[in-house]
Design a protein around this ligand. Sequence first.
Ligand code: XMP
Ligand code: MG
Length: 179
Amino acid sequence: MKEQHLKLARVLISKEELRAIVERLATEIRRDYQGRTPLLVGVLKGSFIFLADLVRCLNMPLEIEFVRLASYGAGTTSSGRVRVIQGISGDIRHRDILLVEDIVDTGLTISHLMQTLHRKGAASIRLCALLDKPSQRKVDIKVDYLGSLIPDEFVVGYGLDYAEQYRYLPAIYALGKED
Ligand code: XMP
Ligand code: MG
């Protein structure tokens, strides 16, 4: 696929559907973490809108950290290499970590991060992902709180980008080829 010929194709998950997904996930998370103060770790940049909507819906005691990793260049396929651009700064020993990710694709990014957090002594680590694209999976990853399964298409919007574009879109779109 010639990547310069990609264009916005169709809405895969509407604004209203995203709202319902976030509310459902918040209900599940609130129930499971009752009486605890989880540390939500957002994976930048793609998760920033999802995380912001999720915490407002959660409305419970929690703390927030961010990490920044990159496994993609400017294209639409994973490079297979995970680069840590900004790691977790504080002490996470004995903390209940909830990773918040935009999308799990090969699973390499999240498995790399989970191993790191494990080594740093987290009490528990769970994963909340808005989207799961299981067709390209390379490592076995369990998504504890999943928004939606999607087919093997490159998606943008609601924080997700194509070469840093389209993050502002309020819905999730599948990118198609220019005809
Ligand atoms: P892996 O393959 O490590 O990839 O599970 C996860 C990261 O890759 C990015 N990714 C996407 N970003 N549209 C995007 O905007 C997509 O369809 C897509 N698929 C994977 C994403 O940053 C995620 O954190
Ligand atoms: Mg990205």
